[in-house]
Write a protein that binds this ligand. Structure first.
Ligand code: PMP
Length: 393
């Protein structure tokens, strides 16, 4: 039944069905787009393309309406319990979104002696903006302390017991990641709220979770959710920041004004509609199944090492069962450099990422191969990949 459901969904991706000899395994970088998204963009551009927020004629009014509707759609999709109070800002992706939160919200919010907690082993996009905020503040004579979120050695998620000891009266902000872009682990961010108390704003990098699993801002109890539309079936150059409280000093007036990416925003609405209909829960189960199949066999192949967050799991050792992995498996071959392995895999039709994956703290030479899956990927693709990997073992 699940296989039939998946096949029906897969057939809705023109680029996927047009290349049956290839397998796209790089969805953590950007996702492919279903026909419904392409159609929505085509319809918009051929029926009512205009600028938003400044019209006295129907196309402009329709564009303004579509932007407002997408804002509502983002709130619904994130299960926003108080949509009248929250705000949604459109961006080009997670990097711009996190930078916007840092420069336009965090900088004016912090005062001398405040502390912030940020991840040092996640995506660079979730570290650099906070360090930049610290620099901007220092230029104004405001000194803040940036502290590192602690990680668990084996599972790679945050260490909440250690966190209790780090949080203090001057802790004013936490940045965290929902699903890790290297090992695909759920970082268990819902536990951060308990450690920091009700009043410390938490900003979540949801680049690898929106579109892959249900994201419920009420349940997670976070204040900002930043994600990439383009990783969630929408057009390239799309993303959004959801802010729990739209009132108060959220974003600098004028900061993100100007002409929005209206076609991208339209595509985001269509993408969220599509994902909702497919069912984020069901998508998560599908990709977790594929990930499990891949890791279960890969970890028995001697030359491969599967990467955790801070530790690398030795070949043959068990993956931490407590932690669910969402559609991402990153590994190295003992003897074959990762970029060579990437080329070998491509010669067999597999499109994977092979570099340092923008992980904070990892240099150019820390190569690895990342396989990242979405709902259009199949068991057959994973098995084909495994047989190539096995032939290199
Ligand atoms: N954060 C995480 C966890 C990511 O995986 C990525 C994309 N690889 C980003 C941020 C950056 O997203 P974007 O390219 O949309 O700016």
């Amino acid at each position: 039944k699940e296989a039939l459901w998946q096949r029906e969904l897969r057939e809705q991706f023109p680029i996927v069905t047009a290349h049956p000899e290839s397998a796209y395994l790089d969805s953590a970088a950007t996702s492919q787009k279903p026909r419904a998204v392409l159609d929505a963009v085509q319809t918009y551009l051929t029926t009512s393309n205009a600028n938003a927020g400044r019209g006295t004629y129907p196309w402009a009014n329709r564009t303004t309406e579509l932007v407002a509707e997408t804002r509502q759609r983002v709130k619904e999709f994130l299960h926003d319990p108080a949509p009248d109070r929250s705000g949604v800002h459109f961006t080009s992706g997670t990097t711009e979104g996190l930078r916007g939160v840092a420069r336009d919200w965090l900088v004016p919010y912090l005062t001398d002696g405040d502390e912030i907690l940020v991840p040092h082993a996640d995506h660079r996009a979730n570290l650099d903006p906070w360090l930049e905020a610290q620099r901007l503040l220092a230029e104004r004579g405001v000194d803040i302390r940036v502290r590192a979120l602690p990680y668990q050695e084996v599972s790679g998620d945050y260490d909440h017991r250690v966190l209790d000891g780090i949080v203090g009266p001057r802790t004013r902000f936490v940045a965290a990641t929902h699903v890790h872009h290297v090992h695909g682990g759920d970082m268990n961010v819902h536990r951060i709220r308990a450690a920091v108390g009700p009043d410390v704003p938490i900003c979540l990098d949801a680049a690898q979770s929106v579109g892959h699993l249900p994201v419920d801002v009420g349940e997670l109890d976070v204040d900002f959710v930043v994600f990439s539309g383009h990783k969630a079936m929408a057009l390239p150059g799309t993303g959004a920041v959801w802010a729990r409280n739209a009132r108060g000093p959220v974003f600098r007036p004028g900061g993100w004004q100007g002409t929005p990416n209206t076609a991208g925003i339209v595509s985001l609405r269509a993408a969220l509609d599509w994902l909702e209909a497919a069912g984020p829960d069901r998508i998560a189960r599908w990709t977790a199944g594929l990930t499990g199949r891949l890791t279960d066999r890969l970890r028995h192949l001697d030359p491969y090492e599967i990467l955790g967050c801070q530790v690398s799991l030795a070949a043959g050792s068990a993956l931490p069962a407590a932690q669910r992995r969402h559609g991402i498996v990153t590994f190295r071959h003992r003897d074959i450099p990762s970029d060579d392995l990437g080329f070998i895999l491509y010669s067999h039709g597999f499109m994977v990422r092979a570099d340092n994956l923008c992980q904070a703290g990892r240099g150019e030479k820390d190569g690895s191969v990342r396989v990242s899956l979405h709902v259009y990927n199949t068991v057959e693709e994973v098995d084909r990949l495994l047989s190539v990997l096995e032939s290199l073992a």
